[in-house]
Design a protein around this ligand. Structure first.
Ligand code: NAD
Ligand code: MG
Length: 383
């Protein structure tokens, strides 16, 4: 039986991992929509290879190139609205793998169609929070977590009652700078920050892993996906990235999910859900790994998890402001315009300055996002 799939952010790291799994099981899938921001040539090639129904670039200026690349093999479209329309086309599963709040509109379009959404795009959930989870409930959509930690938690919760959960612990690799001093962190370069020890990922999430803001965003993501209460959510640093997260139950049992640090494992678990499918990864060799170690996060050197926790505790617009400010600060760092350790400072200052009312619709969230971005841009001038 073939199933249909759309991939939002098909040219990125998660998009490529998803397409790798589809390529290995080509006869089982029909590709509906593939999207990218501006890499029209690459997207066009993928659309032809996978015989997609439609290819869409978010940047309308790239539509001409996309048309040239797809020829008459499939439909081509461009612009923000076209992304949402493509996401709203019927598909058995939509993989949401756009980076940043830019993915929010398309994700909401897929949710409003009542579909199954495999969510990698954590920034969308962090910004929209209840606006998204309410839409999931209202439209009878299904959200499957792709993020490795949340996928692990989802697997550890299967067959159990959420009321019986005593604690959910997100594991964090600690990123490339885990053992660095304050002085070294102050001088960290973009090239050093994007070189993650365990995972091969897009630039933005790699910087987030280095600052630990990735774990802060994931803490907020977990709060929305698994409503056990903020006091039952914790973070532990586990440099080997073998345990992807854990759920402790009230009887003292802790369930953990282990696996290779390759996104194809959690993506496969979403694509095949509730069944399982093959992946090309070699099985874990625990004797070879030898040791699994764990540390409490150092929030003096890496304040981002504290800033994120305070934002979700404050609630309202704060998580959307946090996310927007972080996107602006990370982009400035990658462009060589902001020091690594100023990223969290810009985020915290933006949170203090920008306090819009709580958003209650998609448009509200997008307005908060825009306001927080301009505020963060102003912070950059003095950072
Ligand atoms: P990436 O930068 O490699 O790819 C991003 C994709 O989104 C690309 O296809 C790009 O064309 C598209 N895109 C970027 N900006 C856009 C815009 N403004 N409008 C439309 N499309 C746009 O990113 P990634 O590492 O694949 O991460 C994607 C998402 O998945 C992020 O939210 C990230 O946090 C999450 N995630 C990634 C990993 C990983 O291993 N890479 C793991 C867990 C979660
Ligand atoms: Mg993760």
């Amino acid at each position: 039986m073939t199933r249909s799939i759309s991939i939002l952010g098909a040219t990125g790291s998660v998009g490529a991992s998803t397409l790798d799994l589809i390529r290995r099981n080509r006869d089982q899938w029909r590709v509906v929509a593939l999207t990218a921001n501006s890499s029209a040539g690459e997207l066009g090639e993928l659309a032809r290879e996978f015989d997609a129904e439609i290819a869409v670039v978010g940047d309308e200026g790239c539509l001409g190139d996309l048309r040239d690349a797809v020829g008459n093999h499939c439909e081509a479209a461009g612009g923000r609205q076209a992304l949402c329309e493509a996401a709203a086309r019927p598909a058995d599963i939509t993989v949401a793998a756009i980076v940043g709040c830019a993915g929010l509109g398309p994700v909401m379009a897929a949710i409003e169609r009542g579909g199954t959404v495999a969510l990698a795009n954590k920034e969308a959930l962090v910004s929209a929070g209840e606006v998204m989870t309410d839409a999931v409930a209202k439209h009878g959509a299904t959200l499957l977590p792709v993020d490795s930690e949340h996928n692990a938690i989802f697997q550890c919760l299967a067959g159990n009652r959420i009321e019986d959960v005593a604690k959910i612990t997100l594991t964090a690799s600690g990123g490339p700078f885990r053992e660095w001093s304050q002085a070294q962190l102050d001088a960290a370069t973009p090239a050093q920050a994007v070189k993650h020890p365990n995972w091969d990922m897009g630039a933005k999430i790699s910087v987030d892993s280095a600052t630990m803001m990735n774990k802060g965003l994931e803490f907020i993501e977990a709060h929305h996906l698994f409503p056990v209460g903020l006091d039952r959510l914790g973070i532990v640093v586990h440099p080997q990235s073998v345990i992807h997260s854990m759920v402790e139950y009230r009887d003292g049992s802790t369930l953990a999910q282990l696996g290779p640090s390759d996104m194809r494992v959690p993506i496969a678990s979403c694509l095949a859900y509730p069944q399982r499918m093959d992946t090309p990864m070699p099985p874990l060799d625990l004797a070879d790994i030898g040791q699994l170690t764990f540390f409490a996060p150092d929030e003096e050197l890496f304040p981002a998890t504290r800033v994120a926790r305070e934002a979700v505790q404050a609630g309202g617009a704060a998580p959307a402001v946090l996310n927007a400010a972080n996107e602006v600060a990370v982009a400035a760092f990658l462009a060589g315009k902001l020091a690594f350790t100023r990223i969290a400072v810009v985020v915290e200052q933006t949170l203090a300055q920008c306090t819009p009312p709580a958003p209650s619709s998609l448009d509200d969230v997008l307005a908060v996002d825009a306001e927080a971005r301009s505020c963060a841009e102003r912070m950059l001038e003095t950072a």
